[in-house]
Design a protein around this ligand. Structure first.
Ligand code: PCA
Length: 322
């Protein structure tokens, strides 16, 4: 190859970089049994099928490629192109992520959708500061209480060790008079059997995914809040793609979001029934427990408003006006 050809080749190479087949790795925190990973897989399958070989996304579930606490940083630093995390985990980066874990602010799916709508621009703007772009969110069913005895009031939980999985759930455990212990989903069953924890607040889905009837007896449907996972892409990497591929990704993301929210609603019912069918004692909260927990929720909303300032106030006002 002479010099001129080499130069032309290089120039062509630069101008058509996106014509080369791109391969992306998509780490997810939760395993194949969870609906969240099923939604991520359906997103990747749709992109792969439509992109005609120009882009292939490979899902690595259950922290197999990158552990949950590292996924945000890995996409930011372009170690991987795209990734999924539990939004509330990022609460120490910025209060907007804590908004996803406030108990008794939005307790049903219609309210959770409104809260998402009211906060989406701020969420995306914050992700943008780290060079990330939100592609979709997918909710978990409402967070309920797992314990080894009936819980009629917070006094019944006093001093117990409570699983936490985000900064806000640690605070929640404090305010409930329990001791927070950070345990990732993958270690939940073992943590109960070794008495590292005595109780947890999470969805019926996470109970079903970890066969909670093997290690815990009572499930109280406190319906505290509806947290979300979010899938984001590194913006620089996304911007380099051809327009048609970008469109394919955005359409697949919109479809995944629809699928995730529909699944969240459906599994809230199905998985609560599954816990019952497998022998757990499933009951609604007593009036006393409900009142006490709502007070904790009000405290956490106020704490959040103090932390999030004017921007937070705007989001909560917009949400309440919907
Ligand atoms: N399951 C995840 C997060 C929220 C949920 O319902 C977990 O327990 O880790």
């Amino acid at each position: 190859m002479n010099k001129l050809n080499l130069l032309t080749g290089l120039l062509l190479g630069f101008s058509t970089t996106t014509a080369f087949a791109a391969k992306w790795d998509l780490p997810t925190p939760y395993g194949d049994g969870t609906h969240q990973t099923q939604v991520a897989r359906s997103f990747a399958e749709e992109v792969n099928a439509k992109a005609g070989g120009k882009l292939t996304i490979k899902v690595h579930s259950g922290g197999s490629l990158i552990k949950h606490p590292e996924i945000h940083r890995a996409v930011k630093s372009r170690q991987v192109q795209i990734g999924e995390v539990f939004a509330g985990r990022l609460g120490n980066i910025h209060p907007i992520f804590k908004l996803d874990n406030i108990p008794f602010l939005a307790t049903d799916f219609d309210s959770a959708e409104k809260l998402y709508k009211a906060s989406k621009a701020a969420l995306n703007a914050q992700l943008g500061k780290d060079g990330l772009m939100l592609l979709y969110t997918s909710p978990w069913p409402a967070q309920d209480l797992y314990s080894n005895k009936p819980v009629n009031s917070l006094a019944d939980l006093k001093g117990l060790k409570m699983r936490a999985y985000s900064p806000s759930t640690s605070r929640l455990a404090d305010l409930m008079g329990t001791t927070p212990v950070n345990i990732p989903f993958s270690d939940v069953a073992q943590a109960f059997t070794t008495n590292a924890i005595d109780a947890m607040v999470t969805s019926p889905s996470t109970g079903v995914n970890s066969q909670s009837w093997d290690y815990i007896s009572h499930f109280t449907t406190i319906n505290a809040w509806i947290p979300k996972n979010m899938l984001f892409v590194n913006k620089k990497i996304f911007d380099r793609l051809d327009d048609d591929i970008q469109k394919i990704i955005m359409t697949a993301a919109a479809n995944a979001e629809k699928k995730g929210w529909a699944l969240g609603r459906k599994l809230a019912v199905e998985h609560t029934n599954a816990l019952k069918e497998n022998g757990m004692v499933v009951s609604p909260p007593s009036a006393k427990l409900d009142t006490e927990l709502r007070e904790v929720g009000a405290t956490m909303t106020n704490e959040w408003l103090t932390e999030a300032g004017a921007e937070g106030r705007k989001i909560i006002d917009a949400y309440r006006a919907m």
